[in-house]
Design a protein around this ligand. Structure first.
Ligand code: PNS
Length: 183
Protein backbone atom coordinates (compact mmCIF):
# COMPACT_ATOMS: atom_id res chain seq x y z
CA UNK A 1 0.00 0.00 0.00
CA UNK A 2 1.21 3.55 -0.80
CA UNK A 3 2.50 5.56 2.11
CA UNK A 4 0.55 8.71 2.90
CA UNK A 5 3.35 11.29 2.83
CA UNK A 6 2.96 15.02 3.55
CA UNK A 7 5.40 17.86 3.34
CA UNK A 8 5.44 20.60 5.98
CA UNK A 9 7.21 23.53 4.30
CA UNK A 10 8.25 26.77 5.95
CA UNK A 11 10.95 29.23 6.87
CA UNK A 12 11.29 28.10 10.51
CA UNK A 13 13.38 31.17 11.41
CA UNK A 14 13.39 30.10 14.19
CA UNK A 15 11.29 26.99 14.90
CA UNK A 16 8.65 27.78 17.53
CA UNK A 17 6.51 25.68 19.85
CA UNK A 18 3.68 26.27 17.37
CA UNK A 19 5.70 24.53 14.62
CA UNK A 20 6.48 21.62 16.94
CA UNK A 21 2.82 21.34 17.92
CA UNK A 22 1.87 21.12 14.25
CA UNK A 23 4.60 18.58 13.49
CA UNK A 24 3.26 16.41 16.31
CA UNK A 25 -0.33 16.69 15.08
CA UNK A 26 0.68 16.12 11.45
CA UNK A 27 2.76 13.07 12.34
CA UNK A 28 -0.36 11.45 13.80
CA UNK A 29 -2.38 11.66 10.60
CA UNK A 30 0.30 11.05 7.95
CA UNK A 31 2.50 7.97 7.60
CA UNK A 32 5.43 10.29 7.02
CA UNK A 33 5.82 14.02 7.50
CA UNK A 34 8.70 15.69 5.66
CA UNK A 35 9.66 18.95 7.36
CA UNK A 36 11.18 21.11 4.63
CA UNK A 37 12.99 24.40 5.15
CA UNK A 38 12.92 26.87 2.29
CA UNK A 39 16.37 28.04 1.21
CA UNK A 40 15.38 31.56 0.31
CA UNK A 41 18.23 33.72 -0.92
CA UNK A 42 15.99 36.84 -1.02
CA UNK A 43 15.38 36.88 2.70
CA UNK A 44 17.83 38.09 5.31
CA UNK A 45 17.31 35.41 7.93
CA UNK A 46 18.35 35.54 11.57
CA UNK A 47 19.45 31.89 11.50
CA UNK A 48 21.01 30.47 8.37
CA UNK A 49 19.50 27.35 6.82
CA UNK A 50 22.02 24.97 8.41
CA UNK A 51 21.36 26.44 11.85
CA UNK A 52 17.61 26.05 11.36
CA UNK A 53 18.00 22.49 10.08
CA UNK A 54 20.23 21.59 13.05
CA UNK A 55 17.68 23.01 15.50
CA UNK A 56 14.76 21.14 13.89
CA UNK A 57 16.74 17.93 13.80
CA UNK A 58 17.61 18.21 17.48
CA UNK A 59 14.00 19.03 18.35
CA UNK A 60 12.24 16.39 16.26
CA UNK A 61 14.89 13.67 16.18
CA UNK A 62 14.47 13.49 12.41
CA UNK A 63 16.53 14.61 9.47
CA UNK A 64 15.45 18.05 8.24
CA UNK A 65 15.26 18.68 4.52
CA UNK A 66 15.94 21.96 2.78
CA UNK A 67 14.68 22.97 -0.63
CA UNK A 68 14.53 25.80 -3.10
CA UNK A 69 12.20 26.42 -6.01
CA UNK A 70 8.52 25.60 -5.81
CA UNK A 71 7.14 23.82 -2.76
CA UNK A 72 4.89 21.69 -4.97
CA UNK A 73 7.85 20.46 -7.03
CA UNK A 74 9.70 19.49 -3.90
CA UNK A 75 6.58 17.78 -2.57
CA UNK A 76 6.29 15.67 -5.71
CA UNK A 77 10.03 14.91 -5.59
CA UNK A 78 9.72 13.39 -2.10
CA UNK A 79 6.58 11.47 -3.03
CA UNK A 80 4.19 13.57 -0.94
CA UNK A 81 0.51 13.78 -1.77
CA UNK A 82 -0.27 16.59 0.70
CA UNK A 83 1.14 19.91 1.83
CA UNK A 84 0.56 20.61 5.52
CA UNK A 85 0.13 24.21 6.67
CA UNK A 86 -0.85 25.66 10.01
CA UNK A 87 -3.65 28.16 10.34
CA UNK A 88 -3.72 30.20 13.52
CA UNK A 89 -6.29 32.93 13.08
CA UNK A 90 -8.64 34.14 10.40
CA UNK A 91 -5.92 36.59 9.32
CA UNK A 92 -3.78 33.65 8.09
CA UNK A 93 -6.59 32.31 5.97
CA UNK A 94 -6.47 34.70 3.04
CA UNK A 95 -2.77 34.23 2.34
CA UNK A 96 -2.94 30.49 2.95
CA UNK A 97 -5.97 30.12 0.68
CA UNK A 98 -4.19 32.01 -2.07
CA UNK A 99 -1.12 29.82 -1.70
CA UNK A 100 -3.13 26.61 -1.55
CA UNK A 101 -5.08 27.49 -4.69
CA UNK A 102 -1.93 28.50 -6.57
CA UNK A 103 -0.31 25.24 -5.52
CA UNK A 104 -3.40 23.37 -6.73
CA UNK A 105 -3.19 25.18 -10.07
CA UNK A 106 0.46 24.13 -10.37
CA UNK A 107 -0.01 20.54 -9.20
CA UNK A 108 -3.69 19.51 -9.01
CA UNK A 109 -2.74 16.10 -7.63
CA UNK A 110 -1.52 17.67 -4.36
CA UNK A 111 -3.90 18.55 -1.53
CA UNK A 112 -3.21 21.26 1.03
CA UNK A 113 -4.21 20.21 4.53
CA UNK A 114 -4.69 22.93 7.16
CA UNK A 115 -4.32 22.16 10.82
CA UNK A 116 -4.71 24.39 13.86
CA UNK A 117 -2.01 24.53 16.50
CA UNK A 118 -2.99 24.53 20.19
CA UNK A 119 -4.87 27.67 21.18
CA UNK A 120 -2.01 28.82 23.40
CA UNK A 121 0.14 29.22 20.29
CA UNK A 122 -2.50 30.94 18.18
CA UNK A 123 -0.76 34.33 18.32
CA UNK A 124 2.74 32.95 17.93
CA UNK A 125 4.93 33.49 14.87
CA UNK A 126 8.66 33.29 14.12
CA UNK A 127 8.57 36.95 13.13
CA UNK A 128 7.22 38.01 16.53
CA UNK A 129 9.66 35.73 18.33
CA UNK A 130 12.57 37.34 16.43
CA UNK A 131 11.27 40.83 17.16
CA UNK A 132 10.68 40.26 20.87
CA UNK A 133 14.05 38.51 21.30
CA UNK A 134 15.87 41.21 19.34
CA UNK A 135 14.37 43.88 21.60
CA UNK A 136 15.37 42.01 24.74
CA UNK A 137 11.97 40.51 25.68
CA UNK A 138 11.45 36.99 26.97
CA UNK A 139 10.29 34.26 24.61
CA UNK A 140 10.20 31.61 27.32
CA UNK A 141 7.45 29.07 26.71
CA UNK A 142 7.06 30.17 23.09
CA UNK A 143 10.10 28.40 21.69
CA UNK A 144 11.95 25.29 22.88
CA UNK A 145 14.84 25.89 25.30
CA UNK A 146 17.39 25.09 22.62
CA UNK A 147 16.01 27.85 20.41
CA UNK A 148 15.92 30.24 23.37
CA UNK A 149 19.61 29.55 24.00
CA UNK A 150 20.50 30.00 20.35
CA UNK A 151 18.58 33.29 20.23
CA UNK A 152 20.47 34.48 23.28
CA UNK A 153 23.76 33.44 21.70
CA UNK A 154 22.95 35.39 18.58
CA UNK A 155 21.42 38.49 20.09
CA UNK A 156 22.55 39.10 23.64
CA UNK A 157 25.40 41.67 23.64
CA UNK A 158 26.42 40.56 27.15
CA UNK A 159 26.88 37.02 25.84
CA UNK A 160 29.09 38.34 23.03
CA UNK A 161 31.05 40.56 25.44
CA UNK A 162 31.74 37.54 27.62
CA UNK A 163 32.89 35.63 24.57
CA UNK A 164 35.35 38.31 23.49
CA UNK A 165 36.39 39.54 26.92
CA UNK A 166 39.56 37.38 27.24
CA UNK A 167 40.90 38.62 23.90
CA UNK A 168 40.26 42.20 24.94
CA UNK A 169 41.97 41.63 28.27
CA UNK A 170 44.97 40.10 26.49
CA UNK A 171 45.30 43.14 24.25
CA UNK A 172 45.18 45.44 27.25
CA UNK A 173 47.86 43.34 29.04
CA UNK A 174 50.10 43.62 25.96
CA UNK A 175 49.60 47.38 25.88
CA UNK A 176 50.48 47.60 29.59
CA UNK A 177 53.64 45.51 29.15
CA UNK A 178 54.69 47.67 26.15
CA UNK A 179 54.16 50.78 28.25
CA UNK A 180 56.28 49.29 31.04
CA UNK A 181 59.07 48.47 28.59
CA UNK A 182 59.06 52.04 27.25
CA UNK A 183 59.24 53.55 30.75
O1 PNS B 1 6.99 29.72 7.08
P1 PNS B 1 6.51 30.53 5.91
O2 PNS B 1 7.50 31.66 5.63
O3 PNS B 1 5.10 31.01 6.07
O4 PNS B 1 6.54 29.54 4.64
C1 PNS B 1 6.18 30.00 3.36
C2 PNS B 1 6.51 28.95 2.28
C3 PNS B 1 7.96 28.51 2.39
C4 PNS B 1 5.63 27.74 2.47
C5 PNS B 1 6.20 29.61 0.92
O5 PNS B 1 6.85 30.84 0.83
C6 PNS B 1 6.62 28.74 -0.25
O6 PNS B 1 6.01 27.75 -0.54
N1 PNS B 1 7.75 29.13 -0.92
C7 PNS B 1 8.37 28.35 -1.98
C8 PNS B 1 8.13 28.99 -3.34
C9 PNS B 1 6.76 28.65 -3.85
O7 PNS B 1 6.39 27.50 -4.00
N2 PNS B 1 5.99 29.70 -4.15
C10 PNS B 1 4.64 29.58 -4.60
C11 PNS B 1 3.69 29.46 -3.44
S1 PNS B 1 2.07 29.59 -4.00
Amino acid sequence: MNKNIAIYPGSFDPPTNGHLDLIERGSKIFDELVVAILRNPDKDPLFNVSERAAMLEALTGHYSNTFDGLTVDYAVKVGASSVLRGIRALSDYEYELQMALMNRKLRPELETVFMMPAEKYSYLSSRLVREVAQLGGSVKGLVPELVEQNLRGKLDPAYKLAEFAPARQERSETRKSRARKKA
